[in-house]
Design a protein around this ligand. Structure first.
Ligand code: BTN
Length: 250
């Protein structure tokens, strides 16, 4: 396995493969073999990349987008921090704006795991856990210029938003910025206010489908913010409710 020569403040290696099934699976194998907290595996291409909802595939063209998983280990001495997916999203949103300052103010977080550029999805986060190991997988549409018909109205990329080409190596500049931000994010405690400032549809009317697969009953209300554990707060006619699993629909 190759190692990328980028700075990882976690002090662990950043591995790179041309092709893997899913960086989530590679990360699990690395963790089983003893990989350290903060180890990263990134790949140019995934043959079986997966998304959060119902195992939906995460498709990516070869070598133009960023796909990686970071391994976090909490072995009893330290509790797993709350709202990890959202805080990873916050670090990623801020990293995208540092990488491409022209996008400042346009990078939003759609609860619980999507990064939006204006109103289209540019990145997704998949968090899995296995005992004391947590795997945070991130896919960012970096230089993709075309999307399949069914995604065209919903998907964004940094290249399309910036109206410029982004070369393959720049993906790892974004990764390096993300690692710096995420490392600091895990040490800090001020994530809720910054997250609220970037919350997609904050204060607006929303429809929320409850349940693990987002297919339960619908709740209508106004998106009111995020709770201390990362739960979504919605004010409806009968009062405020908080949700841990489910999906926002508009
Ligand atoms: C989603 O939006 O549903 C989450 C998408 C997560 C995709 C990333 S790409 C790197 C990592 N490996 C995977 O198989 N999935 C995540």
């Amino acid at each position: 396995m190759n190692t990328l020569q980028i700075t990882n403040p976690f002090g662990a290696p950043v591995y790179h493969e041309e092709t893997v099934a899913s960086t989530m699976d590679t990360a699990r194998s690395l963790a089983a073999a003893g990989a350290a907290h903060g180890t990263v595996i990134t790949a140019d291409f995934q043959t079986a990349g997966r998304g959060r909802i119902r195992g939906r595939p995460w498709l990516m063209d070869k070598k133009i987008n960023l796909a990686f998983t970071i391994i976090l280990r909490y072995n009893g001495a330290e509790a797993i921090p709350p709202a990890l997916t959202l805080r990873a999203g916050l670090a990623l949103a801020e990293a995208i704006e540092d990488f491409a300052p022209a996008l400042a103010g346009r990078v939003l977080i759609k609860w619980p795991n999507d990064i939006m550029l204006d109103s289209k999805k540019a990145a997704g986060i998949l968090t899995e856990a296995d005992g004391a190991a947590v795997f945070i997988g991130i896919g960012v549409n970096v230089a993709q210029k075309q999307f399949a018909d069914e995604l065209r109205e919903k998907a964004a990329s940094l290249s399309l938003a910036l109206q410029r080409d982004i070369c393959a190596e720049e993906r790892f500049v974004l990764l390096e910025i993300f690692l710096g931000k995420f490392y600091r994010e895990l040490k800090g405690a001020d994530w809720k206010s910054r997250l609220s400032g970037r919350l997609y549809k904050m204060g607006e009317p929303v429809i929320f489908a409850e349940g693990a697969a987002g297919c339960g009953t619908e709740f209508h209300g106004r998106l009111a913010g995020i709770g201390d554990g990362g739960e979504l707060l919605i004010e409806g006619e009968g009062g405020a409710r908080s949700f841990v699993t489910g999906e926002l629909r508009f």
